[in-house]
Write a protein that binds this ligand. Structure first.
Ligand SMILES: NC(=O)c1ccc[n+]([C@@H]2O[C@H](COP(=O)([O-])OP(=O)(O)OC[C@H]3O[C@@H](n4cnc5c(N)ncnc54)[C@H](OP(=O)(O)O)[C@@H]3O)[C@@H](O)[C@H]2O)c1
Length: 295
């Protein structure tokens, strides 16, 4: 079976690596030609010249680009997957809006393509180990049993789209919010002269929050390796706010969480790992104290 992967960022590369390891024949495309050549060579895969060429060669196409804009481009764009003559099956793994998924599902169906919504819960390393949790939605339940999808982790069928996306956005809301709350706490204690690392060691780690701070560990600090970028965290929180607002539900918490990560983008930390929003806010709290001390 030939499997396509579109988008070779942190997550797309991990998906491609896992599928190559499991023996799938791969055809790859990403916007950055240099990266495409490098990953294709490393994995012994074919490099396609467009998303359409991927669709012409693959039975299943995993799409792992960043956001709605990129997703629209690689699907309904002029060289997109849905411009291929022969229908195939799209596995949408982008954390996108419910609106984008629903409209692409509609175009796919009108052209006879299969459509699977299969967002990923877990980071790139989890995917490489085949241990991701994948909420899955499709009009055809069997499509969620695609071998290349099962190779990435545990697939949970939730019914027709956009149920899987609603589940994924809900999950992200919780963990992005937890780190946002830690960010506020760190800013507060730093502003009053307690170093956040001491606060973690002396207080939080002695409470029921110990599991959470231990889980994030050094990822709460600015300057580490990025696994999931703050700019994508801002995007996901914004998508949650949009989804809630479209239903007429209260989106104020999601909007506040969006603002936390957006502040990182504004200050040039958009590519930093998302949990370092806590270290970033600690820095703001510290600056506040230092500023007051000077005055
Ligand atoms: N990283 C994680 O831990 C994680 C976990 C769960 C879900 N996700 C989701 O997985 C998706 C990918 O995340 P990631 O971490 O791999 O992001 P990333 O490292 O920033 O990679 C983004 C990918 O999107 C492509 N892209 C961006 N703009 C594009 C455009 N206009 N047209 C075509 N391609 C475009 C990039 O292509 P080039 O690099 O070739 O330019 C790259 O392949 C996102 O929806 C994210 O929310 C990520």
């Amino acid at each position: 079976m030939t499997v396509g992967v579109i988008g070779l960022g942190r997550m797309g590369s991990a998906v491609a690596r896992r599928l190559a390891e499991k023996g799938f024949e791969l055809v790859l495309w990403t916007r950055d030609r240099e990266k495409l050549g490098k990953v294709a060579k490393e994995l012994g895969a074919e490099a396609a010249s467009s998303p359409r060429e991927v669709a012409e060669k693959a039975d299943y196409i995993h799409i792992v680009v960043s956001d709605d804009h990129a997703l629209y481009g690689v699907t309904i764009g002029p060289e997109g997957v849905l411009s291929a003559q022969e229908p195939t099956t799209i596995i949408n793994q982008v954390t996108c809006t419910i609106k984008a998924s629903t409209s692409i599902a509609g175009v796919a169906s009108s052209k006879g393509f299969g459509y699977v919504e299969a967002p990923i819960i877990g980071g790139p390393r989890t995917v490489e180990r085949g241990e991701a949790i994948i909420p899955c939605s499709s009009d055809d339940e069997e499509a969620c049993g695609a071998e290349s999808l099962l190779a990435l982790g545990s697939v949970v069928y939730l019914g027709r789209p956009p149920k899987a996306l609603a589940a994924k956005l809900g999950f992200n809301h919780v963990f992005l919010g937890i780190v946002s709350a830690l960010a506020d706490a760190f800013a507060l204690v730093e502003a009053y002269g307690i170093e956040w690392e001491n606060y973690v060691n002396l207080v939080l780690s002695k409470t029921w929050l110990s599991g959470i701070v231990a889980r994030y560990g050094d990822r709460l600090r600015l300057g580490g390796k990025t696994s999931f970028a703050a700019k994508l965290a801002a995007k996901d929180a914004r998508y949650v706010a949009e989804a809630l607002a479209e239903l007429g539900l209260d989106a104020s918490l999601a909007a506040a969480i969006t603002n936390h990560y957006a502040a990182m983008i504004r200050e040039g930390y958009g590519d930093a790992d998302y949990p370092s929003v806590a270290g970033f806010f600690a820095m703001l709290g510290r600056k506040l104290r230092e500023g007051k001390a000077k005055n």
